[in-house]
Design a protein. Structure first.
Length: 327
């Protein structure tokens, strides 16, 4: 009689079990909660990183988290505008968006970037739903400045559509396009969209995936990374311009979300492998955490509902020998 040989590596490390035990209380505390994830930077451009982040988000969903993904797509928009010979212009760090450019923004964000993210996540089953901010009037905006054209200032969030998707155990993937209060469409900052949506749907946490390790007191001094700060400290940094220009919208979004009752906000480096899981499910974390002054410490667990039925739904494909997706 032939028996299967033990092919496990020797010695078998106990580190995996230690990580799972460390994660247990964090999993218990976040189960049933909604987490808004602003996804951008190199983690969205690099195909391997994108796949890893989508896998991490699906894992969060499996353990009971309700993720909501917000994305922009600045580099992809610039590339498309160059291909169509549309001038690329920025004022005060914001893209000047003509009517012609707005058509490209819509095409890129919804037709390309959004669908790539949905496709990557739906490798695991029919989990993700692509959403434009104009769908069901989810994101409403008004013109920010005539000089910027179709750049919008968010006026209100209609959260009903997103809440329905969450209740149905789907993962909304939201492109940062808004419907104009007077008609038409607006290009809106994805960082600010994330903060407004987190506030509107009563998210437990908001996480910003960036290309830097977090918030620095002095960006040129890599030893000045701030691991924790309060909402009021963040307000001081914004009002006194002591942070980089690119970090200001993220801090403003964190402040708006925390002020509306969101439990915590996180700024992390999306190029760090599995940074999302490390920040949310381990004791030390990997980035900057912002706290409100009155933190809620109640953690209500909720059942997984019908989410499990979506896993592998319509995805019954043979696993080939050597397939990198093989467990």
């Amino acid at each position: 009689m032939k028996y299967a040989k033990d092919t496990r590596p020797k010695p078998v490390s106990s580190r995996t079990a230690e990580v799972l035990v460390e994660a247990l209380p964090w999993i218990k505390n976040i189960t049933g909660k909604t987490v808004v994830i602003k996804y951008g930077g190199s983690a969205m451009i690099d195909g391997r990183l994108r796949t890893d982040v989508m896998n991490d988000i699906v894992l969060l969903k499996i353990i009971g988290v309700n993720p909501v993904i917000i994305h922009g797509g600045g580099l992809a928009i610039t590339d498309a505008m160059n291909k169509f010979n549309i001038p690329v212009e920025f004022k005060d760090g914001q893209r000047v968006t003509t009517d012609e450019a707005m058509e490209v923004v819509r095409m890129v964000l919804m037709g390309k970037v959004n669908q790539e993210l949905v496709e990557a996540m739906n490798e695991h089953g029919n989990l993700a739903v692509g959403v434009s901010g104009s769908d069901a009037g989810t994101i409403m905006a008004e013109q920010k400045s005539p000089e910027l054209g179709r750049v919008g200032r968010i006026s209100r969030i209609n959260s009903g559509y997103l809440e329905d998707l969450i209740d149905a155990d789907y993962i909304p993937v939201v492109a940062s396009i808004a419907m104009g209060e007077e008609g038409g469409y607006y290009n809106v900052n994805a960082d600010l969209v994330a903060g407004h949506i987190a506030a509107a749907i009563g998210a437990h946490k908001i996480v910003f995936l960036t290309d830097v390790d977090g918030l620095y007191e002095d960006f040129d001094n890599k030893d000045s990374l701030i691991s924790n700060l309060t909402m009021f400290e963040a307000q001081y940094m914004v009002e006194n311009s002591v942070v980089s220009t690119g970090m200001i919208p993220k801090l403003q979004s964190c402040i708006a979300a925390l002020d509306a009752g969101v439990f915590r906000a996180h700024i992390i480096n999306g190029t760090t492998p599995h940074a999302l899981l490390l920040e949310l499910l381990t004791n030390t974390g990997v980035g900057t955490t912002l706290h409100s002054t009155e933190e809620s410490c109640t953690f209500d667990a909720h059942p997984l509902g019908n989410f499990a039925s979506k896993l592998i739904e319509n995805r019954q494909r043979p696993i080939l020998m050597g397939d990198p997706r093989t467990p």
